[in-house]
Design a protein around this ligand. Sequence first.
Ligand code: DOR
Ligand code: ZN
Length: 444
Amino acid sequence: MTYLIRGVRVLGRGEPVDLRLRDGVVAEAGPGLAAAGAAVVDADGLVALPGLVDLHTHLREPGREDAETVETGSRAAALGGYTAVCAMANTDPVADTAGVVEQVWRLGRAAGLVDVQPVGAVTVGLRGERLAELAAMAGSAARVRVFSDDGHCVADPRLMRRALEYVKTFDGVVAQHAEEPRLTEGAQLHEGEMATRLGLAGWPAVAEEAIIARDVLLAAHVGSRLHVCHVSTAGSVEILRQARERGVQVTAEVTPHHLFLTDASASSYDPVFKVNPPLRTVADLAALRQAVVDGVIDAIATDHAPHTVEDKECEWAYARPGMLGLQTALPVALAVFGPAPRRSRSSQRSEPGEAAPDVWQLIAERMSRAPARIAGLAGHGRNPAVGEPANLTLVDPAARWTVDPAGLASLSRNTPYAGTELPGRVVATFLRGEPTVLDGKACR
Ligand code: DOR
Ligand code: ZN
Protein backbone atom coordinates (compact mmCIF):
# COMPACT_ATOMS: atom_id res chain seq x y z
CA MET A 1 0.00 0.00 0.00
CA THR A 2 1.15 3.53 -0.81
CA TYR A 3 0.27 6.39 1.56
CA LEU A 4 0.11 10.10 0.83
CA ILE A 5 0.42 12.27 3.92
CA ARG A 6 -1.25 15.54 3.01
CA GLY A 7 -0.08 18.91 4.38
CA VAL A 8 2.27 18.03 7.22
CA ARG A 9 4.95 20.25 8.75
CA VAL A 10 8.15 18.25 9.01
CA LEU A 11 9.66 18.88 12.47
CA GLY A 12 7.22 21.78 12.77
CA ARG A 13 9.17 23.93 10.31
CA GLY A 14 8.46 25.65 7.03
CA GLU A 15 5.40 25.28 4.84
CA PRO A 16 3.23 22.16 4.97
CA VAL A 17 4.25 19.49 2.45
CA ASP A 18 2.94 16.17 1.20
CA LEU A 19 4.91 12.97 1.79
CA ARG A 20 4.47 9.87 -0.33
CA LEU A 21 5.37 6.63 1.48
CA ARG A 22 6.10 3.77 -0.90
CA ASP A 23 8.09 0.53 -0.59
CA GLY A 24 9.01 1.33 2.99
CA VAL A 25 10.64 4.68 2.27
CA VAL A 26 9.69 8.32 1.84
CA ALA A 27 9.48 8.25 -1.96
CA GLU A 28 8.50 11.86 -2.61
CA ALA A 29 8.11 15.10 -0.67
CA GLY A 30 6.68 18.42 -1.82
CA PRO A 31 3.58 20.53 -2.07
CA GLY A 32 0.51 19.31 -3.95
CA LEU A 33 1.52 15.74 -4.80
CA ALA A 34 -1.07 13.78 -6.79
CA ALA A 35 -2.88 11.03 -4.88
CA ALA A 36 -2.30 8.59 -7.76
CA GLY A 37 -4.03 5.69 -6.03
CA ALA A 38 -2.41 6.27 -2.65
CA ALA A 39 -4.41 6.19 0.57
CA VAL A 40 -4.56 9.84 1.64
CA VAL A 41 -3.90 10.79 5.27
CA ASP A 42 -5.05 14.33 6.04
CA ALA A 43 -2.29 15.87 8.16
CA ASP A 44 -3.53 19.45 8.24
CA GLY A 45 -2.09 21.05 11.39
CA LEU A 46 0.07 18.03 12.22
CA VAL A 47 3.83 17.80 12.77
CA ALA A 48 5.89 14.90 11.38
CA LEU A 49 8.69 13.57 13.57
CA PRO A 50 11.07 10.70 13.02
CA GLY A 51 9.54 7.63 14.70
CA LEU A 52 10.45 7.74 18.38
CA VAL A 53 13.00 5.26 19.74
CA ASP A 54 12.92 4.09 23.36
CA LEU A 55 16.17 2.94 24.92
CA HIS A 56 14.47 1.56 28.02
CA THR A 57 11.23 -0.44 27.91
CA HIS A 58 10.13 -3.29 30.17
CA LEU A 59 7.89 -5.60 28.13
CA ARG A 60 7.69 -8.35 30.83
CA GLU A 61 7.54 -11.25 28.36
CA PRO A 62 8.59 -13.99 28.99
CA GLY A 63 7.39 -14.52 32.52
CA ARG A 64 5.02 -11.75 33.56
CA GLU A 65 2.49 -11.76 30.75
CA ASP A 66 -0.10 -10.68 33.33
CA ALA A 67 1.64 -7.27 33.52
CA GLU A 68 2.55 -6.78 29.83
CA THR A 69 3.35 -8.77 26.71
CA VAL A 70 5.57 -7.94 23.78
CA GLU A 71 2.38 -7.33 21.80
CA THR A 72 0.55 -5.08 24.31
CA GLY A 73 3.72 -3.13 25.06
CA SER A 74 4.40 -2.74 21.34
CA ARG A 75 0.88 -1.39 20.88
CA ALA A 76 1.38 1.12 23.69
CA ALA A 77 4.66 2.11 22.04
CA ALA A 78 3.15 2.65 18.58
CA LEU A 79 0.33 4.70 20.12
CA GLY A 80 2.99 6.78 21.86
CA GLY A 81 4.68 7.53 18.53
CA TYR A 82 7.47 4.94 18.79
CA THR A 83 8.78 2.82 15.92
CA ALA A 84 11.48 1.03 17.93
CA VAL A 85 11.94 0.03 21.57
CA CYS A 86 14.78 -1.65 23.45
CA ALA A 87 13.31 -4.42 25.59
CA MET A 88 15.01 -4.71 28.98
CA ALA A 89 16.48 -8.02 30.08
CA ASN A 90 14.87 -8.44 33.53
CA THR A 91 12.29 -10.94 32.31
CA ASP A 92 11.70 -14.45 33.69
CA PRO A 93 13.72 -16.24 32.46
CA VAL A 94 16.23 -13.41 32.24
CA ALA A 95 17.34 -12.44 28.71
CA ASP A 96 20.88 -13.68 29.31
CA THR A 97 21.19 -16.22 26.48
CA ALA A 98 20.88 -16.17 22.70
CA GLY A 99 17.72 -18.29 23.08
CA VAL A 100 15.80 -15.78 25.18
CA VAL A 101 16.82 -12.67 23.22
CA GLU A 102 15.84 -14.42 19.99
CA GLN A 103 12.48 -15.34 21.50
CA VAL A 104 11.78 -11.70 22.41
CA TRP A 105 12.96 -10.53 19.01
CA ARG A 106 10.65 -13.01 17.24
CA LEU A 107 7.69 -12.01 19.40
CA GLY A 108 8.36 -8.41 18.39
CA ARG A 109 8.41 -9.33 14.71
CA ALA A 110 5.17 -11.28 15.09
CA ALA A 111 3.42 -8.33 16.79
CA GLY A 112 4.69 -6.09 13.97
CA LEU A 113 3.90 -2.79 15.68
CA VAL A 114 7.40 -1.52 16.46
CA ASP A 115 10.90 -2.92 16.06
CA VAL A 116 11.61 -4.69 19.34
CA GLN A 117 15.35 -4.72 19.97
CA PRO A 118 16.22 -6.98 22.90
CA VAL A 119 18.73 -5.81 25.49
CA GLY A 120 20.93 -8.62 26.84
CA ALA A 121 21.75 -9.11 30.51
CA VAL A 122 25.33 -8.32 31.55
CA THR A 123 25.48 -11.07 34.18
CA VAL A 124 23.87 -14.50 34.40
CA GLY A 125 20.43 -14.18 35.98
CA LEU A 126 21.16 -10.50 36.77
CA ARG A 127 22.93 -11.89 39.82
CA GLY A 128 26.10 -9.85 39.39
CA GLU A 129 28.35 -12.88 39.77
CA ARG A 130 29.59 -13.82 36.32
CA LEU A 131 29.26 -12.45 32.82
CA ALA A 132 26.44 -13.72 30.60
CA GLU A 133 27.22 -14.98 27.08
CA LEU A 134 27.50 -11.51 25.60
CA ALA A 135 29.07 -12.58 22.30
CA ALA A 136 26.46 -15.30 21.72
CA MET A 137 23.69 -12.72 22.15
CA ALA A 138 25.53 -10.27 19.88
CA GLY A 139 25.86 -12.99 17.24
CA SER A 140 22.25 -14.19 17.53
CA ALA A 141 19.42 -13.26 15.18
CA ALA A 142 18.56 -10.47 17.63
CA ARG A 143 22.02 -8.88 17.09
CA VAL A 144 22.17 -7.51 20.63
CA ARG A 145 24.37 -4.45 21.09
CA VAL A 146 23.08 -3.01 24.37
CA PHE A 147 23.68 -4.96 27.59
CA SER A 148 22.14 -4.12 30.94
CA ASP A 149 21.28 -5.69 34.28
CA ASP A 150 18.67 -2.94 34.67
CA GLY A 151 16.71 -3.23 37.87
CA HIS A 152 20.07 -4.19 39.37
CA CYS A 153 23.40 -2.42 39.30
CA VAL A 154 26.52 -4.19 38.06
CA ALA A 155 28.07 -3.37 41.41
CA ASP A 156 31.27 -5.42 41.21
CA PRO A 157 33.88 -3.13 39.62
CA ARG A 158 35.86 -6.04 38.18
CA LEU A 159 32.80 -7.49 36.42
CA MET A 160 31.90 -4.04 35.13
CA ARG A 161 35.40 -3.64 33.75
CA ARG A 162 35.25 -7.04 32.03
CA ALA A 163 31.84 -6.25 30.53
CA LEU A 164 33.13 -2.94 29.14
CA GLU A 165 36.15 -4.70 27.63
CA TYR A 166 34.03 -7.46 26.13
CA VAL A 167 31.44 -5.28 24.38
CA LYS A 168 34.22 -3.30 22.69
CA THR A 169 34.86 -6.25 20.39
CA PHE A 170 31.47 -5.82 18.68
CA ASP A 171 30.89 -2.09 19.29
CA GLY A 172 28.40 -2.79 22.04
CA VAL A 173 27.55 -0.65 25.03
CA VAL A 174 26.96 -1.40 28.70
CA ALA A 175 23.88 0.41 30.05
CA GLN A 176 24.26 0.76 33.79
CA HIS A 177 21.51 1.04 36.37
CA ALA A 178 23.63 3.15 38.72
CA GLU A 179 22.80 2.22 42.30
CA GLU A 180 25.40 1.31 44.91
CA PRO A 181 23.46 -1.48 46.63
CA ARG A 182 25.05 -1.04 50.06
CA LEU A 183 23.84 2.57 50.15
CA THR A 184 20.25 1.72 49.18
CA GLU A 185 19.40 -1.29 51.34
CA GLY A 186 15.68 -1.05 52.09
CA ALA A 187 15.46 2.34 50.33
CA GLN A 188 11.96 3.53 49.46
CA LEU A 189 12.15 7.19 48.49
CA HIS A 190 14.71 9.93 47.79
CA GLU A 191 16.75 10.55 50.94
CA GLY A 192 15.52 13.96 52.04
CA GLU A 193 12.86 15.83 53.91
CA MET A 194 9.90 13.94 52.44
CA ALA A 195 11.34 10.49 53.28
CA THR A 196 12.00 11.65 56.84
CA ARG A 197 8.48 13.03 57.17
CA LEU A 198 6.90 9.82 55.85
CA GLY A 199 9.24 7.59 57.85
CA LEU A 200 10.50 5.80 54.74
CA ALA A 201 14.10 4.66 54.29
CA GLY A 202 16.03 7.05 52.03
CA TRP A 203 17.70 6.39 48.64
CA PRO A 204 20.57 8.91 48.67
CA ALA A 205 21.72 10.73 45.53
CA VAL A 206 25.28 9.65 46.28
CA ALA A 207 24.37 5.98 45.68
CA GLU A 208 23.78 6.87 42.02
CA GLU A 209 26.62 9.38 41.71
CA ALA A 210 29.27 7.08 43.21
CA ILE A 211 28.56 4.39 40.59
CA ILE A 212 28.46 6.85 37.68
CA ALA A 213 31.80 8.36 38.77
CA ARG A 214 33.35 4.91 39.06
CA ASP A 215 31.98 3.71 35.72
CA VAL A 216 33.10 6.85 33.90
CA LEU A 217 36.62 6.12 35.15
CA LEU A 218 36.36 2.47 34.11
CA ALA A 219 35.03 3.37 30.64
CA ALA A 220 37.90 5.83 30.19
CA HIS A 221 40.42 3.27 31.41
CA VAL A 222 39.36 0.54 28.99
CA GLY A 223 38.32 2.91 26.16
CA SER A 224 34.84 1.49 25.92
CA ARG A 225 31.27 2.79 25.69
CA LEU A 226 29.16 3.37 28.79
CA HIS A 227 25.51 4.36 28.82
CA VAL A 228 23.89 5.55 32.04
CA CYS A 229 20.24 4.63 32.53
CA HIS A 230 17.66 6.96 34.12
CA VAL A 231 19.95 9.69 35.51
CA SER A 232 18.09 11.33 38.37
CA THR A 233 20.31 13.78 40.28
CA ALA A 234 21.98 17.15 39.74
CA GLY A 235 25.25 15.64 40.98
CA SER A 236 25.10 12.93 38.29
CA VAL A 237 24.68 15.62 35.66
CA GLU A 238 27.85 17.35 36.88
CA ILE A 239 29.86 14.10 36.74
CA LEU A 240 28.60 13.44 33.22
CA ARG A 241 29.37 17.00 32.14
CA GLN A 242 32.99 16.65 33.27
CA ALA A 243 33.30 13.20 31.68
CA ARG A 244 32.08 14.57 28.35
CA GLU A 245 34.52 17.47 28.56
CA ARG A 246 37.31 14.93 29.03
CA GLY A 247 36.15 12.99 25.98
CA VAL A 248 34.99 9.83 27.76
CA GLN A 249 32.60 7.75 25.65
CA VAL A 250 29.61 8.08 27.90
CA THR A 251 25.97 8.67 27.00
CA ALA A 252 23.02 9.12 29.32
CA GLU A 253 19.25 9.06 29.44
CA VAL A 254 16.61 10.62 31.69
CA THR A 255 12.99 9.55 32.08
CA PRO A 256 9.97 11.78 31.51
CA HIS A 257 8.95 11.27 35.15
CA HIS A 258 12.28 12.52 36.47
CA LEU A 259 11.77 15.64 34.32
CA PHE A 260 8.20 16.26 35.47
CA LEU A 261 7.59 14.90 38.99
CA THR A 262 9.33 15.32 42.36
CA ASP A 263 9.32 13.44 45.65
CA ALA A 264 6.60 15.82 46.82
CA SER A 265 4.17 13.49 44.97
CA ALA A 266 4.89 10.84 47.58
CA SER A 267 3.10 12.84 50.27
CA SER A 268 -0.07 11.10 49.02
CA TYR A 269 1.55 7.80 50.01
CA ASP A 270 0.30 6.45 46.69
CA PRO A 271 2.78 3.77 45.51
CA VAL A 272 2.09 4.73 41.90
CA PHE A 273 4.84 7.31 42.61
CA LYS A 274 7.31 4.65 43.77
CA VAL A 275 10.05 4.20 41.18
CA ASN A 276 13.71 3.30 41.04
CA PRO A 277 15.66 5.58 41.03
CA PRO A 278 13.20 7.60 43.09
CA LEU A 279 11.63 10.91 42.21
CA ARG A 280 13.99 13.64 43.43
CA THR A 281 13.86 17.35 44.30
CA VAL A 282 12.94 20.50 42.37
CA ALA A 283 16.68 21.34 42.11
CA ASP A 284 17.43 17.94 40.55
CA LEU A 285 14.55 18.36 38.13
CA ALA A 286 15.88 21.78 37.03
CA ALA A 287 19.41 20.39 36.49
CA LEU A 288 18.06 17.44 34.47
CA ARG A 289 15.98 19.73 32.25
CA GLN A 290 19.00 21.93 31.60
CA ALA A 291 21.11 18.85 30.80
CA VAL A 292 18.57 17.73 28.19
CA VAL A 293 18.73 21.16 26.57
CA ASP A 294 22.58 21.24 26.74
CA GLY A 295 23.02 17.70 25.47
CA VAL A 296 24.85 16.43 28.56
CA ILE A 297 21.90 14.05 28.67
CA ASP A 298 21.56 12.54 25.20
CA ALA A 299 18.20 10.84 25.36
CA ILE A 300 14.79 10.78 27.00
CA ALA A 301 13.89 7.13 27.69
CA THR A 302 10.64 5.95 29.23
CA ASP A 303 11.62 3.18 31.69
CA HIS A 304 8.08 1.97 30.94
CA ALA A 305 7.64 -0.44 33.87
CA PRO A 306 4.21 -2.08 33.93
CA HIS A 307 3.11 -3.80 37.15
CA THR A 308 -0.11 -5.62 38.00
CA VAL A 309 -2.59 -4.22 40.51
CA GLU A 310 -1.49 -6.92 43.01
CA ASP A 311 2.15 -5.85 42.72
CA LYS A 312 1.49 -2.12 42.78
CA GLU A 313 -1.61 -1.21 44.74
CA CYS A 314 -0.43 -2.28 48.17
CA GLU A 315 1.45 -0.77 51.07
CA TRP A 316 4.28 1.51 49.85
CA ALA A 317 7.10 -0.69 51.18
CA TYR A 318 5.76 -3.78 49.37
CA ALA A 319 4.86 -2.11 46.07
CA ARG A 320 7.14 -2.76 43.08
CA PRO A 321 8.95 0.30 41.75
CA GLY A 322 8.07 1.53 38.28
CA MET A 323 5.64 3.52 36.14
CA LEU A 324 4.06 3.24 32.71
CA GLY A 325 5.59 5.62 30.20
CA LEU A 326 5.19 4.79 26.53
CA GLN A 327 1.94 6.63 25.82
CA THR A 328 2.74 9.70 27.91
CA ALA A 329 6.44 10.31 27.13
CA LEU A 330 5.99 12.65 24.17
CA PRO A 331 3.17 14.67 25.82
CA VAL A 332 5.24 15.02 29.01
CA ALA A 333 8.26 16.14 26.96
CA LEU A 334 6.06 18.71 25.22
CA ALA A 335 4.72 19.87 28.58
CA VAL A 336 8.26 20.27 29.90
CA PHE A 337 9.99 21.78 26.86
CA GLY A 338 7.11 23.32 24.90
CA PRO A 339 5.85 26.88 25.36
CA ALA A 340 4.27 27.75 28.70
CA PRO A 341 0.48 27.37 28.52
CA ARG A 342 -1.23 30.70 28.10
CA ARG A 343 -3.94 32.08 30.29
CA SER A 344 -6.55 33.43 27.90
CA ARG A 345 -9.16 31.02 26.69
CA SER A 346 -8.80 31.85 23.03
CA SER A 347 -5.10 31.06 22.99
CA GLN A 348 -5.40 27.77 24.88
CA ARG A 349 -5.24 26.01 21.57
CA SER A 350 -1.83 26.97 20.33
CA GLU A 351 -1.48 27.25 16.59
CA PRO A 352 -0.47 24.00 14.93
CA GLY A 353 3.29 23.69 14.85
CA GLU A 354 3.66 26.86 16.84
CA ALA A 355 5.08 25.11 19.93
CA ALA A 356 8.40 26.91 20.67
CA PRO A 357 10.70 27.19 17.66
CA ASP A 358 13.03 24.37 18.59
CA VAL A 359 11.05 22.03 20.77
CA TRP A 360 10.51 19.70 17.80
CA GLN A 361 14.23 19.61 17.02
CA LEU A 362 14.96 18.88 20.67
CA ILE A 363 12.37 16.10 20.82
CA ALA A 364 13.51 14.56 17.52
CA GLU A 365 17.10 14.52 18.77
CA ARG A 366 16.52 13.30 22.33
CA MET A 367 13.67 10.87 21.63
CA SER A 368 14.62 9.49 18.22
CA ARG A 369 17.99 10.34 16.66
CA ALA A 370 20.22 10.02 19.73
CA PRO A 371 18.61 6.84 21.10
CA ALA A 372 18.79 5.24 17.64
CA ARG A 373 22.52 6.06 17.48
CA ILE A 374 23.20 4.78 20.99
CA ALA A 375 21.37 1.49 20.34
CA GLY A 376 22.83 1.16 16.83
CA LEU A 377 19.41 0.98 15.18
CA ALA A 378 20.05 1.81 11.53
CA GLY A 379 16.86 2.84 9.78
CA HIS A 380 15.52 4.60 12.86
CA GLY A 381 16.19 8.11 14.08
CA ARG A 382 16.24 9.68 10.62
CA ASN A 383 14.31 12.82 9.79
CA PRO A 384 11.48 12.20 7.31
CA ALA A 385 13.06 13.03 3.92
CA VAL A 386 13.15 11.53 0.45
CA GLY A 387 14.98 8.21 0.40
CA GLU A 388 14.81 7.69 4.16
CA PRO A 389 13.03 4.70 5.74
CA ALA A 390 9.40 5.69 6.37
CA ASN A 391 9.54 5.38 10.16
CA LEU A 392 7.70 8.42 11.38
CA THR A 393 4.97 9.73 13.60
CA LEU A 394 2.38 12.48 13.12
CA VAL A 395 1.56 14.61 16.15
CA ASP A 396 -1.27 17.06 16.77
CA PRO A 397 0.45 19.81 18.79
CA ALA A 398 -2.83 21.61 19.49
CA ALA A 399 -4.59 18.67 21.11
CA ARG A 400 -4.80 18.38 24.87
CA TRP A 401 -6.01 15.25 26.61
CA THR A 402 -6.53 13.97 30.12
CA VAL A 403 -4.79 10.73 30.98
CA ASP A 404 -7.23 7.93 31.83
CA PRO A 405 -5.42 4.75 32.94
CA ALA A 406 -8.26 2.59 31.59
CA GLY A 407 -7.76 4.07 28.13
CA LEU A 408 -4.10 3.06 27.84
CA ALA A 409 -3.04 0.06 25.75
CA SER A 410 -0.78 -1.43 28.41
CA LEU A 411 -2.07 -4.45 30.36
CA SER A 412 -1.13 -2.54 33.51
CA ARG A 413 -2.58 0.67 34.92
CA ASN A 414 0.28 2.20 36.92
CA THR A 415 0.52 5.62 35.32
CA PRO A 416 1.43 8.50 37.63
CA TYR A 417 -0.42 10.89 35.29
CA ALA A 418 -4.02 9.72 35.88
CA GLY A 419 -6.23 12.80 35.62
CA THR A 420 -3.38 15.01 34.37
CA GLU A 421 -4.03 17.11 31.28
CA LEU A 422 -1.17 16.88 28.79
CA PRO A 423 -0.46 18.55 25.44
CA GLY A 424 0.08 16.80 22.13
CA ARG A 425 -1.48 13.68 20.72
CA VAL A 426 -0.07 11.04 18.38
CA VAL A 427 -2.42 10.80 15.40
CA ALA A 428 -0.53 8.31 13.23
CA THR A 429 2.62 6.21 13.30
CA PHE A 430 4.24 4.52 10.31
CA LEU A 431 6.72 1.64 10.46
CA ARG A 432 8.54 1.14 7.13
CA GLY A 433 5.72 2.91 5.33
CA GLU A 434 2.89 0.88 6.87
CA PRO A 435 0.60 2.48 9.46
CA THR A 436 0.69 1.01 12.97
CA VAL A 437 -1.55 3.83 14.24
CA LEU A 438 -4.14 5.84 12.29
CA ASP A 439 -6.62 8.39 13.68
CA GLY A 440 -5.06 7.80 17.09
CA LYS A 441 -6.01 4.10 17.03
CA ALA A 442 -3.76 1.08 16.71
CA CYS A 443 -4.08 -0.69 13.34
CA ARG A 444 -3.44 -4.12 14.89
O1 DOR B 1 11.36 1.54 38.74
C1 DOR B 1 11.96 0.65 38.16
N1 DOR B 1 11.29 -0.39 37.64
N2 DOR B 1 13.28 0.72 38.05
C2 DOR B 1 14.01 -0.31 37.56
O2 DOR B 1 15.20 -0.19 37.51
C3 DOR B 1 13.36 -1.56 37.16
C4 DOR B 1 11.96 -1.33 36.79
C5 DOR B 1 11.14 -2.59 36.68
O3 DOR B 1 11.58 -3.56 36.07
O4 DOR B 1 10.00 -2.60 37.18
ZN1 ZN C 1 16.74 0.77 36.14
